[in-house]
Every structure is written in structure tokens, then in C-alpha cells.
Design a binder for this molecule. Structure first.
Ligand code: GLN
Length: 471
């Protein structure tokens, strides 16, 4: 079997048993990157020397242990890896070298993982196609004329093309799940608070969650085992019992209640996606699950709510990039001109749009009309999910309303925002969700089907996802 076909567990156990060396694995992936990345552009930076050095160190260890021993992992470039650049896809952070490791990166290193490189993204994770990257767009490895999705398009395409065994992305409104769907891989957004955000460049702090992109549900569970857990450096992480998320894989789903959403009929969904959704319903039924209709009456308000909450938080988070504390240095006669020039030159147009929207929504006189109202609607959406989850233990929805689109196809920001109508409600509620490839469209792209579970019930989420994946 080729190295590229092995699972995370296979690679780690073979390297630990000295059946293959970490060096061989690392060289294999670097060669894949040399061959394929010039066309795909998944990576902003590949640390070749660091990768080989690290692999050799692992090979020389007497006591070889760790869930990711010798496994290459690609990291979205909005997370800190000590000594490597962290640009968040923005000119304003060009040249910035992270002085410390994000908690997730530290955990990957502690388990013997190899950070293979930093992947491309929409600037500050704002976007759904990687077209907003300040550097270059990433291409979809399944067909390079199409976008890979975003904002974690780099990590998703790297995993899909076999340039890394797994990747990390960040998901604020869909940025792990949507690119996973577009690139035909598995993408999970854990429950808000399950994974530390320490060392992640913040976008919307009440929404941001780091999650894995992998080829399989099992790999996703292993990655969650590595990155989950309370972190004193992130006050929003929850103190929950440590569990092994691979335990529930392969367990029967007979008798489990899966919710299908009544309101799906109100949305414009590509017919092949509806087809895959129906196929998924029947697969689950054949496996003994019970399909129950549930209602999320506020679903249609999720997009406008998100586009108040997320930009508001972003406008506050991005205030620190002023050319002094961080970021590209502008010019000016006085401090105001200096800030203005730094931010004008450093930020791209989508980021500026969000900062303007957020600043407006939070300003005196408009705060109640916009931000407070959005916070109330967010609560109503959460309430919809609470009542649905009193009847079912998971919910099934498409990940996206369409399969991948071409570069430049989405002309208006709103068209682009619509890509996330089914992922955003889940983010507003802070629930765990996963996108699994099921079926195909007529161009050969996979369709992403999204499963959602109760807060902190990733075990059930992965159990149902595994059953669907392996049917
Ligand atoms: N595409 C959505 C946005 O542009 C979600 C992004 C994300 O999850 N980071 O905001």
C-alpha cells in the first residue's frame, strides 16, 4: 500500500514499529507537494528543512510514542507555529513570525506530529473560496478551474490532493465544513469551547472553532483526540472529561433518532445535493436509525444575524493591526495618518467591508438596533436547536446549497455569503458538526452532507458520520 493511502493510525503505528521511517513519510509528502502544489497552491509556506530535521529526530527517539507519530499535518496560516510565518492570508501580517505555538500546534507536536507547512486562506478567514487571500487563490484539486471553498481552502485542498495526511482549519461560520465539502474530504467543527483558540488569530471570538480536515471520519476522530481539551490559556474552553472519540466508531446506529429539517424546502438547493440528502436518509434508515422531522423556524434569519455578529467581533479583534503593535507599517505625518495608511494598505476589500459593517453595528445609537437584536435572534436560533435536540440525537442537513463554483463566478458579496446558509446556523448555536462526502454531482464533485449533534456530543456525531461514510 502507498504511504498516501494509509490512515493516521496506520502511519503512526508503522513508524513507531520501525516498519517505515518518519523520514520516508516526510519525503513522500514533500515530493507530492513538489509535484502537485505548483498547480494547486494550497500552501503559503512549506518548511522543508524543518520537516526533514523533525522526521530524523523522531526516527532517532528510543521511546516512540504518540497518536500522530510521524504524521504530517498542514496548518492554516492563521494559527501560530513557533518560528514560522503567520499571515492570516493578509498583507498586513506579511513577514510576521509567530513567537510561540498555538495550543493545538503544541498538542500535535506532543503527539509526534510533523507540521508540514502553512496553508492558504481567505484574508483573516473571511470568505468561502480563498479568492480573498492577499497572496493567490488556491485551486480545487478535483478540478482546478473551480474554487476549493474557504476560508480553510488551503488545508482542504492539501488533504484532498494528498499533500498532507491531515490539516487544521478554523471554522467561524463554515470555514472547515464548506471547503471539506468542495474538496471531497471530511471536515469537523467541534463544539465551541471543546478546542483551545490560544494562538489562533481571532476573527469572531464567540464563533471561532479549530477543527480537522481529513480523508476519513476515523482520522477526524483521532485528530479530535489530539486537539481537544481544557486550556488555562483560553478561558472559553470547557472543563469536560477526556474521552476517546474513536470508541464510538463502528457502533450500531440502530434506534438512534436523526432529525431532518422541515424548512429545507424553503431554500434553493441544487438538485443533486437534495438527491444525496435523500440517499443519506435512506441509508440511515436501512441501518436502523429513525428519521424524524424537526423544525428550525428561525433558520432563515441565521445569515443576517451572522453578518452582524461576526463583523462586529471582527472589527474589535482587528483593531490591533495598526502598524505599531502588529502589521505593515504605513506612512504619515501624525499617528492618525499613520494608522490610516497602514490599514488602508494592509487590509483587502472584504476585510475592510467587514470592519465597516461591524464598526457601524456597534456604534452608539445603532448598537441596540443591530448588535443587540442580532444577539437576541442568535438566542432564538439556539433555542430552535435545543427543542429539536429534545427529540433527536443528531440532525442531517446539506453542508452547502451548491457544489463548487468557478473562480470569479460569485459577483456580489451576498452571493458568496449564501454558500454558508447551512453551516452558519450551527456556528451561531456553537454546536458540533461534520461534513462527510456522500454521492456526486454531474461534474464529478463530491456532495458534502452535514451532520450536527448536541453540545459536546461529538461521540454521537462521529458514530453517525462513520456509519454513513462506511455504508
Ligand atoms: N464564509 C464565512 C465568512 O466569510 C465563514 C468564514 C469562516 O468560517 N471563517 O465569514
Amino acid at each position: 500500500m502507498e504511504i498516501g493511502d494509509l490512515t493516521i493510525k496506520d502511519i503512526a503505528s508503522r513508524v513507531k514499529r520501525n516498519e517505515i521511517s518518519a523520514n520516508e513519510v516526510a519525503k513522500f509528502y514533500i515530493e507530492q507537494i513538489h509535484m502537485k502544489d505548483p498547480l494547486i497552491n494550497a500552501f503559503l509556506y512549506v518548511d522543508e528543512d524543518g520537516v526533514i530535521k523533525r522526521a530524523k529526530e523522531l526516527d532517532n527517539l528510543k521511546n516512540k510514542k504518540g497518536l500522530l507519530f510521524g504524521v504530517p499535518i498542514a496548518i492554516k496560516d492563521n494559527m501560530n507555529v513557533k518560528g514560522l510565518q503567520a499571515t492570516a492570508g493578509s498583507k498586513i501580517l506579511r513577514g510576521y513570525i509567530a513567537p510561540y505555538d498555538a495550543t493545538v500546534v503544541q498538542k500535535i507536536k506532543d503527539e509526534g506530529g510533523i507540521i508540514i507547512g502553512k496553508t492558504n486562506l481567505d484574508e483573516f478567514a473571511m470568505g468561502s473560496s480563498t479568492e480573498n487571500s492577499a497572496f493567490f487563490p488556491t485551486r480545487n484539486p478535483l478540478n482546478v478551474e473551480y474554487v476549493p471553498g474557504g476560508s480553510s481552502g488551503g488545508s482542504a485542498s492539501a488533504v484532498s490532493a494528498g499533500l498532507s495526511k491531515a490539516g487544521l482549519g478554523s471554522d467561524t461560520g463554515g470555514s472547515v465544513r464548506q471547503p471539506a465539502a468542495f474538496c471531497g474530504v471530511v471536515g469537523m467543527k467541534p463544539t465551541y469551547g471543546r478546542v483551545s483558540r490560544y494562538g489562533l488569530i481571532a476573527f469572531g471570538s464567540s464563533l471561532d472553532v479549530i477543527g480537522p480536515l481529513t480523508k476519513t471520519v476515523e482520522d477526524s476522530a483521532v485528530m479530535l483526540n489530539v486537539i481537544a481539551g481544557f486550556d488555562a490559556k483560553d478561558e472559553t474552553t470547557a472543563k469536560v472529561e477526556k474521552e476517546d472519540f474513536t470508541d464510538s466508531l463502528g457502533k450500531e446506529i440502530r434506534g438512534l433518532k436523526v432529525g431532518v429539517i422541515k424548512e429545507i424546502a424553503d431554500f434553493n438547493v441544487q438538485s443533486e445535493i437534495m438527491q444525496s440528502l435523500k440517499v443519506s436518509y435512506s441509508k440511515l434508515e436501512q441501518l436502523g436509525a429513525e428519521i424524524i422531522e424537526v423544525s428550525l423556524p428561525h433558520l432563515k434569519y441565521a445569515l443576517p444575524t451572522y453578518y452582524i455578529v461576526a463583523p462586529s467581533e471582527a472589527s474589535a479583534n482587528l483593531a490591533r493591526f495598526d502598524g505599531v503593535r502588529y502589521g505593515l507599517e504605513g506612512e504619515g505625518e501624525n499617528i492618525k495618518e499613520f494608522y490610516e495608511d497602514s490599514r488602508t494598505k494592509g487590509f483587502g476589500s472584504e476585510v475592510k467591508r467587514r470592519i465597516l459593517i461591524g464598526t457601524f453595528a456597534l456604534s452608539a445609537g445603532y448598537y441596540d438596533a443591530y448588535y443587540v437584536k442580532a444577539a437576541k435572534v442568535r438566542r432564538a436560533i439556539e433555542g430552535d436547536f435545543e427543542s429539536a435536540f429534545s427529540k433527536v440525537s443528531s440532525i442531517i442537513l446539506p453542508t452547502t446549497p451548491t457544489t463548487p463554483f468557478k473562480f470569479g463566478e460569485k459577483k456580489s458579496p451576498l452571493d458568496m455569503y449564501m454558500s454558508d446558509i447551512f453551516t452558519i446556523p450551527v456556528s451561531l448555536a456553537g454546536l458540533p458538526a461534520i461534513s462527510v462526502p456522500i454521492g456526486k454531482d454531474n461534474k464529478g464533485f463530491r456532495v458534502g452532507i452535514q451532520l450536527i449533534a448536541k453540545w459536546f456530543d461529538e461521540a454521537t456525531l462521529l458514530r453517525v458520520a462513520y456509519a454513513l461514510e462506511n455504508y
